[in-house]
Write a new protein. Sequence first.
Length: 401
Amino acid sequence: MGMNRDDPLDNIPASSSEETPNLPPARKPVEFSSPLVSKRSKEDLEKFGVNMLGDYYDFKEEVLSWLANYGKHPEKGEGLAESTLQSTHYKLETVFRWLWDYEQKYTTDLTPEKADRFIHLLNMSDGMIDSSVLHHLKVIKRYFKFHNHVHGTDYDWNPDVELSQSNGDERDYLHRRAFKALYKAALDFGTVKSYHSSSMTPEERDRIKTYLARRDGVPKDEIGPEEFKAANSWKVPSLLAVTLDTGLRPIEAGRATVDWVNLEAHELNIPKDESTKNEAHWNCTLKNRTVKVLRRWLNERATYDKYQDRDELWLTKKATPYSSKSCNYLLTRLIEEGDVPIPEHKEITWYSIRHGVATHWANHVGPHHAKEQLRHKSVTTTMKYLHSDTEMRSTAVEQIW
């Protein structure tokens, strides 16, 4: 849905300076991939009347459009990444549904006092992990940033939340023991026998055709020799290898270009303009095996038409850059196809790989090296990945006397 209407947001002063009032860049049209009002929220709004639904729709359109254009750096006209905007959208739905229930009426008047109440109740809820509380807290802070810039309020909301778990940034993460299995799954994902292999029986060929059709989401009768050949690729193994070395974020997987790869120096060089959540140029170390895999992928990549005149390091089958959705889909397929040990009753996403890599670097290499490899703006962020695990305690107890 395009945003083309005239809006006062196009000329919001970014500074109160009387001498030189700075104006942010003009707002760009925004298309949203999901409905601005969720089905659950529509059902709740029906209790208050039809007009309320229309008003809330306009409200969400205003908030999300501003965040998409200015949410990261209002003065620079830098908005939130699509994946961050999507997550913010859904969590705001939760916040405002709670607000309506709390006020027993329709309202969009979320104040710091009410936000304090929401976060307190969320933190006290059974089964609510700390990471979810923190994510909702960040979303509300983004909303207050919007409110301050657009409506001239001065909400300085920094709640003092005493989290219930020992680690305030606890997340579901893949442990190191899952890394080799995950990479093996990536190798298997990119390998099948030749269509005309003499060692392959008709039954085996049929099973592989069924597998490729299901994996790629195409009819089975469209799978032939060319599809068998294309299935043997170093794309997924190279993407997994780089992620296991550097904790690559989904947005970085989508932004990565061929120029980032420095095979001679065994590095992934992320330019300042493309870095995420920081303002620095990062040189991330790659292991020898990863460099070899990347070299194979770059040679293979040069043979594909869809990469001609494009500099993205990896593209999906639809020739689009990777995103959280496509990275998570790929990870799910790798876990389904491979024998990857994952924590029970945990939601594993692409970020689970990053968190596992960060945990290993922080605990076994050191937080300062981890900060550089994982591209954290502050070592304080890295320190959150320091955990006491069984392996470390077993080693310590054997060495203590």
